[in-house]
Design a protein around this ligand. Sequence first.
Ligand SMILES: [Zn+2]
Length: 256
Amino acid sequence: MKSITKKLSVCLLYFFMTLLLSSCTATHLVRSPGESAIYATLPDASHAPRGLYHSVAPGETLWRIARMYDVNVSTIKEANRIANVKKLDIGRELYIPDASPRKNVIILYPNDQWKYIIIHHSATEIGNSMQFNKAHLRRGWEGVGYHFIVDNGTCGKDDGQIETTPRWIKQLNGAHCKADNMNEKAIGICLVGNFSRDKVSSRQMRSLVSLVNRLRGFYKIPKKNIMGHGQVQGARTECPGSRFPWKKFWSRLARG
Ligand SMILES: [Zn+2]
């Protein structure tokens, strides 16, 4: 009886360890149809209900939205009576039936242009990719100037949600840091928030770390080339904020 109990507890321990490991470390790489790009899904702890609404962000495709929630493209297409999958209006609310908890889907394009990663804050309390896109279009830019946005749970996005902008999807130069010609060689990541005053949420930090680790691994970017906007030579800004937790960030980054 004792040995059965022992075996059972070992099995249970193994089961929970597997569960824990898969939820902590699982990232999946998938090659997208007809493209050389690789899609990586990063873990995220958001708990979406079954059946939800998703607001289409700039540059999002039905294929990518389907991957975010582990559903078929045809399921979303039918539920929303979409005639032309190539014409998705930004801001359109799509119903996603049987949605799994949302994952962050990151696209990795083979490109030797990217040598640096620059971290920014939006210096606003709220925001999302769609709003920055509108603001930057008003400035006469080609839409949102960053490549990735890490949301803070405002404007309909989850805390720690990673949005990929059209600038990244089209592999265009950034419009986030003129100093030291960073726009031509750096991947720009913006965290929504004002970190001269507020704290980076733990979910934002976790998403930022997993995004940076994934990008630097793929593009072979050394640690010394990862910095805040204000640390770029010639930049005169305290972006991403005087309270940005650099110590925490560096301690969580993979070695190398
Ligand atoms: Zn900045």
